[in-house]
Ligand binder design. Structure first.
Ligand code: PMP
Length: 276
């Protein structure tokens, strides 16, 4: 397995990370996960734009983005991946442990590319979710390495026998542990606005675009837990999972406990897009 690390392509075993890397001490870094279909990055431009936005927000200087994109394409080629994902992260770099930012630490970029099938079984059958209070910080729009909140909240749902959590804060449903959430009601989609309380998902945006093509109205607004439980359909979206129906919430069946027609229509449109 070939990794990209500090501007070099090298075997995973040869990647050497300093114990003083700020990513290791503070989770002080950012990342992206990009899907690879037919050997090419899907929605690459949108992922790089989000990477740039997060870097700016957390004040990590950007590498040459043209070079980075070329390096990731080369990584896909060297690993011979047709269907998979690229993970790329950038930490603030290496410095003795101290909270203040030090302008002299060059960022450390690391990336790998792996084969990864589409989760066809989950896409067809759906998953179970449990509602969990969203105790994360107020910058959920930034794709940073600080994922302990997401990790612990997902585990809460797993401990209850569900597959993922649906998070809610102050009465509103935000998103899932690593995906965005939509409900369907009377042929309309409802999803949380892309503010500081959710990650502005690339797949979320693709779905909003596909909905427009299918003439399905989309409402980006706060949505209550009661609306969620009373929805005709519920689904999540993410780069890795694509569009996955949620067929039970807190043990209660949604829309009869099977994937609904609107979700399936969107899944078909998504598949046409990625296989085009
Ligand atoms: N929300 C969170 C918290 C996530 O980690 C992810 C996965 N990156 C998403 C939403 C979905 O975003 P995307 O569609 O860009 O993968």
């Amino acid at each position: 397995e070939v990794y990209y690390f500090r501007n070099e392509f090298l075997p995973k075993e040869d990647v050497r990370i300093s114990p003083e890397d700020r990513g290791y001490y503070f989770g002080d870094g950012i990342y992206e996960v990009i899907r690879v279909y037919k050997g090419r990055m899907f929605e690459a431009k949108a992922h790089f734009e989000r990477f740039k936005r997060t870097a700016l927000a957390v004040r990590i200087p950007l590498p040459d983005m043209g070079e980075l994109e070329a390096a990731l394409q080369e990584l896909i080629r060297q690993n011979a991946v047709e269907e998979g994902s690229v993970y790329v992260q950038m930490t603030r770099g290496t410095a003795p442990r101290a909270h203040n930012l030090n302008a002299d630490t060059p960022p450390v970029v690391m990336a790998y590319c792996q084969k990864l099938s589409r989760p066809v079984d989950k896409m067809e059958k759906g998953i179970a979710a449990a509602t969990v209070p969203d105790t994360r910080w107020q910058h959920c729009d930034l794709k940073t390495l600080n994922l302990l909140g997401n990790v612990l909240l997902k585990q809460k749902a797993l401990d209850q026998g569900a597959d993922d959590c649906i998070l809610h804060r102050d009465g509103s449903v935000t998103e899932c542990s690593s995906s965005n959430l939509f409900i369907v009601r009377d042929n309309r989609l409802v999803t949380h606005p892309a503010d500081n309380l959710i990650l502005p998902g690339i797949t979320r945006n693709v779905v909003i675009r596909l909905a427009a093509e299918l003439e399905l109205p989309v409402e980006e607004r706060a949505l209550t837990v009661d609306e969620l439980l009373g929805a005709q359909e519920v689904f999540l979206t993410s780069t890795v999972q694509e569009i996955v129906p949620i067929v039970t919430v807190d043990g209660k069946a949604i829309g009869g406990g099977t994937p609904g027609p609107v979700t399936q229509k969107l899944q078909q449109a998504f598949e046409r897009l990625i296989l085009a």
